[in-house]
Design a protein around this ligand. Structure first.
Ligand SMILES: Cc1cc2nc3c(=O)[nH]c(=O)nc-3n(C[C@H](O)[C@H](O)[C@H](O)COP(=O)(O)OP(=O)(O)OC[C@H]3O[C@@H](n4cnc5c(N)ncnc54)[C@H](O)[C@@H]3O)c2cc1C
Length: 464
């Protein structure tokens, strides 16, 4: 009998019904199946199921229900909330992606990464509303809203583009959920993340986008005040075909970085324009002239290079992070931020970024979904990297950054940016992230589909 009250015979019986891998602590393959992007969110489940099919997912969920254990999922571990004593379902094998070119849709396996989606969609001349990092799971991103550095302001949140969801709910039943079949569940799962079941596949709309004008320009950190003040007035006036963010970064001495950026204090100014490259260059020109440029990586690019706008670290990475939505970004807010992250501050964080939202992100899709950040013009996201000894300082500094901009806080948060590791993930924070109206509706829907709160190893929305 294991410490979680499961005997070997029960695990063996589960293994006999599953075509993928089943492993308990100490078994071969257990550690590999449980490995996460962030070592500060380790997974210590009672048993892990490396699901090879929707049937495997259903078997794992039924097993969890029978043994009174929570269910956790893992694709990359970018945002997992721990799985102590849970049945962990590793979804990485469910990575099949197919494209219907005529319908302009893709069916994405529940464990596919954006890189695996893009490998199929870009040759077809189509693009999804993907996120900044190709190594992030597409389904995790789409279930949490999904802010795209290229297409969001034109086409909305990633969740707005989801047409159907194949999901196994707490009763172990597989359902194909659409706006017509289960309107409440379809509302909830597009924004409510993993609270309502395990998604084995979903179908998204694609867009005829093959190129973009964009990338990142880096300037020395000493110019952060000039650049951030210029950006805060320029960004909100952009056309919807343009997207931008700005990040104050203390980069590591990583040999993979080009010389002027290695170990440097810089500001990364990101930009993407969907349309004619000459027009993109014209739109970007005011920022190109705002401060002396160290590295200019903004140019006409094939869509396959979308990951080079942010060049997010592929990991694994020991980090802590925090986020806040902002309802406004006046000069005082930029000054308050610069007082903690600007030149001469000794800021210990690797990156503090501001993304400008707006455009289609503000428009309610039809049918509506649980994305709660419509009308929020900016989001701030910061993270620090270090060993356990550095954590108190990093956490404290992230808290100070959030406090500094709190007079301009929006109140809502992007579900995808909620921290997995510390105070950014409390029940109060999750409620505030969605706002009372959406949160209470999600709790009621949870009561219907998961009354026992089987899916609680996440940013949990308990049933009510
Ligand atoms: C470097 C980096 C860049 C990012 N850039 C963006 C960005 O540009 N825009 C944006 O919106 N977000 C972004 N994110 C946030 C990212 O979208 C979330 O962390 C997302 O949850 C990652 O999903 P995952 O499957 O990779 O992670 P995991 O940690 O494996 O999953 C996280 C959670 O998602 C849920 N989940 C995932 N898959 C399923 C499934 N199949 N069924 C049910 N629940 C599931 C579960 O609740 C799970 O605990 C970024 C994150 C990182 C680390």
């Amino acid at each position: 009998m294991s410490e979680h009250g499961i005997d070997e015979a029960a695990v063996a019986a589960l293994a006999a019904t599953v075509t993928g891998l089943v492993a308990a602590p100490g078994d071969a393959g257990f550690d590999e199946e449980c490995a996460t992007y962030n070592p500060y969110t380790p997974m210590r489940p009672a048993v892990v199921v490396g699901a090879a099919s929707g049937r495997d997912v259903a078997a794992a969920i039924r097993f969890a229900g029978e043994h009174g254990l929570p269910v956790a999922t893992l694709t990359t571990g970018h945002q997992v909330r721990g799985a102590d004593g849970a049945v962990l379902i590793n979804l990485r094998r469910l990575n099949r992606v197919t494209v219907d070119v005529d319908a302009r849709t893709a069916r994405i396996g529940g464990g596919a990464l954006w890189s695996e989606v893009l490998a199929v969609t870009t040759p077809a001349g189509l693009a999804p509303v993907n996120g900044s990092a190709p190594h992030v799971g597409a389904t995790g991103y789409l279930l949490g809203g999904g802010h795209s550095p290229t297409l969001g302001r034109l086409y909305g949140y990633g969740a707005d583009t989801v047409r159907s969801v194949e999901i196994v709910t707490a009763d172990g039943n597989a359902r194909r959920v659409t706006a017509d079949s289960d309107p409440d569940l379809f509302f909830a799962v597009r924004g409510g993340k993993g609270n309502f079941g395990v998604v084995t596949a979903l179908e998204v709309e694609l867009f005829p986008v093959t190129r973009f004008y964009g990338g990142a320009v880096f300037v020395a950190g000493e110019h952060a005040p000039t650049l951030l003040h210029a950006w805060r007035t320029w960004a909100p006036a952009l056309p919807e075909s343009a997207t931008t963010s700005v990040a104050v970064q203390r980069l590591p001495p990583d040999p993979a970085l080009p010389e002027p950026l290695r170990g440097a204090f810089v500001v990364a100014l990101r930009f993407a324009f969907i349309g004619d490259a000459a027009e993109g260059e014209r739109v970007f020109a005011p920022m190109r002239g705002a401060a002396p440029i160290l590295v200019d990586g903004v140019r006409d690019r094939p869509y396959a290079e979308v990951g080079l706008i942010h060049t997010d670290p592929p990991g694994p990475l020991p980090y802590v992070d925090r986020t806040t939505g902002l309802r406004d970004l006046p000069a005082e807010a930029v000054d308050a931020l610069l007082a903690l992250v600007g030149p001469g501050t000794g800021c210990p964080l690797v990156s503090v970024e501001l993304r400008a939202l707006g455009g289609a992100l503000d428009r309610r899709p039809e049918p509506p979904n649980a994305v709660a950040t419509r009308g929020m013009p900016f989001v701030l996201f910061g993270f620090g990297v270090g060993g356990p000894e550095a954590l108190p300082q990093l956490r404290g500094y992230l808290g100070r950054v959030l406090d500094a901009v709190s007079p301009w806080a929006h109140g809502r948060q992007m579900a995808n940016f909620l921290s997995a590791v510390d105070e950014g993930a409390t029940p109060a924070e999750v409620r505030a992230a969605y706002g009372d109206e959406i949160y209470d509706r999600l709790s009621k829907i949870k009561q219907v589909y998961d009354p026992g709160n089987l899916f609680r190893a996440n940013h949990n929305i308990p049933p009510a």
